[in-house]
Design a protein around this ligand. Sequence first.
Ligand code: FMN
Length: 86
Amino acid sequence: MENMILAALEEGIGSCPIASVDRDKLRKILNIPGDYEISLVLALGYPDESPVEESSEGSVKYWKDKDGVLHVPKKKLETVLHWNSF
Ligand SMILES: Cc1cc2nc3c(=O)[nH]c(=O)nc-3n(C[C@H](O)[C@H](O)[C@H](O)COP(=O)(O)O)c2cc1C
């Protein structure tokens, strides 16, 4: 999926991996055989926003400012990256 995300991005297509999905319903809608596991869904589309990345100091909740610009807090690298051990 990561490769799909990167390849789509290269074509100007945005994406969002989705784990929270009604797998039984999706299986019925798309007629997916029972021996196929639905791991994740990837939503694809042409972006209509230009989000601004923010450094997170705790919450990673997105917000829009008065101009309608989406702000996306990201955790700092040192809070998620571990070298050799935790
Ligand atoms: C394994 C995985 C599962 C995800 N599941 C959901 C989901 O169920 N609903 C959703 O809105 N976003 C989901 N996302 C998207 C994340 O919320 C987030 O938007 C995305 O990972 C980009 O943020 P990042 O650049 O901080 O990683 C998922 C992402 C990953 C990697």
